[in-house]
Design a protein around this ligand. Structure first.
Ligand SMILES: Cc1cc2nc3c(=O)[nH]c(=O)nc-3n(C[C@H](O)[C@H](O)[C@H](O)COP(=O)(O)OP(=O)(O)OC[C@H]3O[C@@H](n4cnc5c(N)ncnc54)[C@H](O)[C@@H]3O)c2cc1C
Length: 477
């Protein structure tokens, strides 16, 4: 097939859990294309550590729903939460049918417990390598009607008569167009817009701006989660919350428990812990002396500490950008406001997380809503349509300077002056029709950052500690 034009039934932008779940559940008669900006495995799904929350072994899903709602401080949507936890009860057996093997201890599952969960209900695989194990099994299960292409950057969606009918893309540096009967955005979150993040480099908010440009609504963009425990080394990475679930405590340099004021201690909801650690000032450590069989249960962490010369008994940590609760507004079937366009996974705002996501509910959301998107999908074949993209005419150096500015305000305590300066510096950049992959990639990132900056500036309540008071608004087109 010529690379200038590719025609498929369904284009799924992404190769993480949201994308793969959707592809696994689409009818086998459809010709499905999954694309990844970098390598197939460079996704946040592959990095997931703690596991997948599910009330599978509980009598009902009510307690899981209550914990989800409480962690969001009453800002998640109750109906959507019920749907997540009720349908999520089946996720574990359903994934097992596709070949996923969750960790077991003797006769039953070995369950983890994480922040703000009242019970141990986290199913994990390969100890703290859940993402890698789950994704490996599920990708292996993809049927023959699904093609996966890597190093494909989707930089614009094509709309015809109000319906999304395809996308402009680059395979490496080569331009091509994909026509599709339906398009699913499964592009993940926003973490790699900054350096201090737990996220993989492929996740830079592209889906937000792709959706916004064609008229989809975006909601709650200001809802950004900072994970309390990133390893405090030059190249930060996540230290799973499951470690605190297994008994690790957050302590200061004198060994004092820094979360002692909170009834849930070191297992308080993420936003509470992140704010406490940010305001603490001095260095904070995870004291793991009471964690049993650490190297066996957290092999990935043990290896990383070893490589960085860190004593696993006392691990230096600090908060960093982790997860985006806001995103493309969708209904309970992942439909956006634009015909032919769906969004699923972290890029979508399904309402289940509210202003603060409960740990390990994200993989569950990918599974539950990925299935729903697949089951409700309407595919409408189209003829060739062209659309010419434009991009900011900006050299690498100019882009890096602006990117550094993003890191100054996309923090747990956004600085309004830095926000305004970034918006001013990016408001009238020169445009070019001679697009290259690099220019399109830079443009997507700057435009996504501009959307986030505007959302943060528009927050009515200035107190970033009071997330429950944040406004809920849609970003107009
Ligand atoms: C270190 C870490 C640990 C985590 N641990 C857990 C956990 O234990 N449990 C849990 O529930 N959640 C966890 N999370 C969160 C969870 O992993 C993510 O929210 C979830 O995996 C998102 O899945 P996704 O399919 O939406 O996106 P991702 O898995 O991030 O995939 C995004 C995909 O989109 C592609 N893409 C992006 N833009 C473009 C573009 N323009 N063109 C083409 N392709 C594009 C990327 O190449 C990639 O393939 C963790 C996150 C991190 C970072």
């Amino acid at each position: 097939m010529s690379l200038q034009l590719k025609k498929v039934d369904v284009l799924i932008v992404g190769t993480g859990l949201a994308a793969v779940t959707t592809a696994l559940h689409l009818p086998k008669a459809l010709n499905v294309l999954l694309v990844a900006k970098e390598s197939v495995h460079m996704t946040n799904s592959d990095l997931a550590q703690g596991g997948i929350a599910s009330s599978y072994l509980e009598e009902t899903s009510e307690a899981h729903g209550r914990d989800t709602y409480a962690a969001s401080k009453g800002t998640s949507e109750k109906k959507r939460v019920s749907l997540l936890v009720e349908e999520g009860r089946r996720a574990i057996v359903e994934m097992e049918r596709f070949g996923v093997q969750f960790d077991r201890e003797e006769e039953t599952y070995h369950l983890g417990k994480e922040g703000a969960h009242g019970l141990p209900r986290i199913y994990h695989a390969g100890g703290d390598e859940t993402g890698r194990y789950v994704m490996q099994a599920l990708r292996r299960a993809l049927p023959g009607n699904v093609t996966v292409l890597e190093h494909v950057l989707v930089d614009d969606l094509i709309v015809h008569q109000g319906r999304v009918v395809g996308a402009n893309a680059f395979l490496h540096e080569e331009r091509f167009r994909i026509l599709a009967g339906a398009v699913v955005l499964a592009t993940g979150g926003i973490g790699a817009l900054v350096d201090w993040t737990s996220n993989c480099p492929a996740v830079t908010g592209d889906g937000l701006i792709l959706a916004h440009r064609v008229g989809a609504r975006l909601t709650h963009l200001q809802r950004i989660q900072f994970h309390p425990t990133l390893l405090a080394v030059e190249e930060p990475q996540l230290v799973t919350e499951a470690l605190r679930g297994a008994g690790a405590l957050l302590v200061d340099r004198y060994g004092q428990h820094v979360m002692r004021h909170h009834p849930l201690g070191s297992l308080a909801p993420r936003d509470d812990v992140s704010h406490t650690l940010t305001n603490h000032g001095g260095p904070v450590y995870l004291d793991t002396r009471h964690v049993e069989r650490l190297t066996e249960r957290f092999p990935r962490l043990a290896k990383t500490c070893d490589r960085c010369g860190i004593d696993v008994a006392r691990i230096p940590v600090r908060p960093g950008l982790h997860f985006h609760m806001g995103g493309v507004e969708v209904d309970e079937f992942g439909r956006t406001a634009v015909d032919g366009l769906y969004a699923v996974g972290e890029v979508a705002d399904t309402g289940v997380h509210g202003a603060n996501r409960l740990a390990s509910n994200s993989l569950l959301e990918c599974w539950v809503f990925g299935k729903r998107v697949a089951e409700s999908m309407q595919v409408q074949q189209t003829d060739a349509h062209a659309f010419e993209s434009v991009a900011y005419d900006l050299d690498r150096l100019g882009f890096q300077t602006l990117r550094k500015q993003i890191g100054k305000w996309l923090t747990i305590s956004p600085d309004k002056d830095e926000l305004k300066l970034f918006l001013k510096n990016t408001q009238s950049l020169p445009l070019t029709k001679h697009v290259t992959r690099q220019l399109c990639e830079q443009t997507l990132q700057l435009d996504a950052a501009r959307l986030l900056a505007r959302a943060l500036l528009e927050m009515e309540n200035d107190d970033e500690h009071d997330i429950t008071a944040r406004t809920t608004h849609a970003i107009p087109n």
